[in-house]
Design a protein around this ligand. Sequence first.
Ligand code: ZN
Length: 65
Amino acid sequence: MTEPTTETDSIPPNLVKVKKSDLPLACPRETDSASELHPRVFLPLKNPGDTASCRYCRTRYQVEG
Ligand SMILES: [Zn+2]
């Protein structure tokens, strides 16, 4: 299902907060710089507090509550 996470207490520097209105979220986002471009993937974010990491650029996204 979901990958086990043991790092909930430490926020990685590349954590990106998104709003629920941004969902469904795809990475790269339209606002991302061209240098970050990779095949577009959708992240399974649904509820406030949910986090997901992009498999390509490792950017971690979190939905704001
Ligand atoms: Zn990405």
